[in-house]
Design a protein around this ligand. Sequence first.
Ligand code: PGA
Length: 307
Amino acid sequence: MAMVSTYCPQFSGLRRSCPKLDNSQSQCFVQHISSQFRLSSSRKPCRAVVAMAGSGKFFVGGNWKCNGTKDSITKLVSDLNSAKLESDVDVVVAPPFVYLDLVKASLTDRIEVSAQNSWVGKGGAFTGEISVEQIKDLGCKWVILGHSERRHIIGEDDQFIGKKAAYALSEGLGVIACIGELLEEREAGKTFDVCFQQLKAFADAVPSWDNIVIAYEPVWAIGTGKVATPEQAQEVHVAVRDWLKKNVSEEVASKTRIIYGGSVNGGNCAELAKKEDIDGFLVGGASLKGPEFATIVNSVTAKKVAA
Ligand code: PGA
């Protein structure tokens, strides 16, 4: 097996480097081997043709952020409506609040609609906020929470985000729960610590993981054109799945989609999609172009290996 030589170099940018196998590295290796066995032995039959460590369906979200006009959004919806999308992918787009209704009313049912944020509890006297009830009222199924732009620009903290997630879930919305480290945190070797702390805040608040997709989005890769390498992303995704296994349950670790976000585009999605713990993408800039977003959705085909 070529795993010793292919596994260790994956721990290049974070806490571990592997000049030789010491105890902790052999432990990583053992975990890796056991995860390989999990892949080949305990997947449902359909997993046999798809290289995924999790058992969830490929998931691609388009986060339109604070972009667009009625005209550009109408054009984007029309491009998405005519795009040919692989069937075995959950596809979601998150328009700005003010266009949610327009998009929901004109977009094909093949694609679900998400909000980009939601209020922490029931709606009421909260000027400028949008409630989960209102998001549901428009027929939206998802909300993005914990996005780095809300953490680092607006100042939302882990506990507040956890509460928002719990409330949205309690009302039946799915949550795209974002986590990810800043460049200086990565450089200080704190990537796992930061991601685990953000995950723990979600885990402490939510009663169930049934309706949560985790988006790992390294902040240094968002909107910068500096995509994480497939190895860098895979390394964190494996760690996140292991964290879920140890701190929530093996079932949740297997079922929860862990998607990658940060400068994903039509050119780099296939290589990323091939990584077995990358269960899809959260796409910003490239989701504003219908054909390119369709290419990213269809990168699920890169995941499929010869049966
Ligand atoms: P990006 O954004 O694809 O433009 O880097 C991703 C995101 O913020 O979700």
